[in-house]
Design a protein around this ligand. Structure first.
Ligand code: KG4
Ligand code: ZN
Length: 361
């Protein structure tokens, strides 16, 4: 089954074609991140306008037979008209899939209404997909030689807006174990990066700054808290870390040492967040005796998180699955995969954008 999926939940406009839920035919992502970077965060109205500009070119590119395996670019031009329906490849598409939420309403509407229009014009089934469930399926896109995750699995979804720990008993069968009580892990990185003047998006900026902290300098032995680390629940809380970072920044540092201080703080922040995420995920996997542990979401691109998860696992109990870095952040390939493994088409008239959709909906 070949699925064309559309994802527009935030500041990425994405379209992808995936065969049988695992084989990526095309995967196109246009991001308006550069625009938001100027303001240090996403401006929803601006993100929605960029979605409108990019949606048709991105779908066209996904359907383009000369497409590249993966491309990330922001289109500057609006291409004239919706002509994809005449493209011969449209006949190869068995179904459409679209992210219906959670996300920004203006952004979501662009993808949802476009997918509905294409489903009607092409007379194809349309599968609505929860963005958070979609992220998980990046673990099924590792390529022909990568082992498939086995159930039951514990899944850690860490993105800009969510931190969720979930027990996945089968496709479509989830039990939420816990989540953040305040800021998400990615949000914590984004907010702290802003405090540290490292730019947006914060996660990659924190990772880059942390990588410069190689020589431990006794002057900068910063110790941040590990919130809720030993709490018996599987909840998280990251908003206190932002305050702790702000307090550290009140210390008097000479301008010559500022860069070292900033990288020391970024490194300790990364250690704190990843310590909590990894410890709780492995504890959940032990408690529920799962066969696999799956990482998903934009923060899953963090090398330290990936490295820690692998190093703290003894190899005997469960398999660790970590998606390819390019598939961690928002794209439509995992939406297509989720739609294949949870193939529940819904009549076009009943598909609506749902910005507040949560994990259990
Ligand atoms: O999943 P995603 O692309 O969008 C949402 O659904 O939110 O996640 C974006 C989040 C941002 O907070 C970004 O700072 C974070 O993922 N992120 C990272 C890294 N790359 C992206 N966080 C830590 N390290 C990274 N390398
Ligand atoms: Zn996402």
């Amino acid at each position: 089954m070949t699925i064309l999926a559309i994802e527009t939940s935030c500041d990425e406009t994405a379209a992808a074609i995936v065969k049988d839920g695992t084989e990526i035919v095309s995967n196109v992502v246009a991001s308006s991140q550069e625009i938001h970077a100027k303001y240090g965060g996403i401006i929803p109205e601006q993100a929605a306008r960029e979605q409108i500009r990019a949606i048709i070119p991105v779908i066209n590119e996904a359907l383009n037979p000369e497409r590249k395996a993966f491309s990330v670019k922001r289109k500057e031009k609006i291409l004239p008209g919706l002509y994809t329906y005449r493209h011969p490849l449209a006949s190869d598409i068995d179904a459409l899939a679209v992210t219906v939420g959670p996300g920004l309403i203006g952004s979501l509407l662009v993808g949802v209404e476009t997918a509905k229009a294409l489903a009607l014009a092409w007379n194809k089934p349309l599968v609505p997909v929860n963005h958070l469930v979609g992220h998980i399926y990046a673990n099924w896109l590792g390529g022909a030689n990568s082992p498939r995750p086995e159930f039951p699995a514990v899944v850690l979804i860490v993105s800009g807006g969510h931190t969720e720990l979930v027990l996945m008993e089968n496709h479509g069968k989830f039990k939420r174990l816990g989540g953040t009580r305040d800021d998400a892990a990615g949000e914590c990185f984004d907010k702290c990066a802003r405090l540290l003047n490292l730019g947006y998006p914060g996660g990659p900026a924190i990772e880059a700054a942390a990588s410069k902290f190689q020589i431990p300098n006794s002057k900068f032995q910063i110790k941040l808290p590990r919130p809720l680390l030993y709490d018996k629940q599987f909840d998280f809380s990251f908003s206190g870390l932002k305050t702790a970072v702000a307090n550290e920044l009140k210390k008097k540092i000479s301008s010559a040492e500022e860069i070292f201080f900033s990288s020391a703080l970024a490194a300790e922040l990364q250690e704190s967040v990843t310590d909590v995420l990894v410890y709780k995920t492995l504890r959940a996997a032990e408690k529920f005796r799962t066969r696999s542990v799956l990482l998903a979401g934009g923060v899953a691109a963090n090398s330290r998180l990936r490295e820690k998860l692998n190093s703290q696992f003894d190899g005997s109990q469960f398999a660790i699955h970590v998606p390819k870095i390019k598939l961690c952040t928002d794209n439509a390939a995992y939406i297509a995969s989720a739609a294949y493994f949870n193939h529940h088409p819904v009549p076009v008239g009943k598909v609506d954008a749902d910005p507040g959709l949560d994990f259990n909906s």
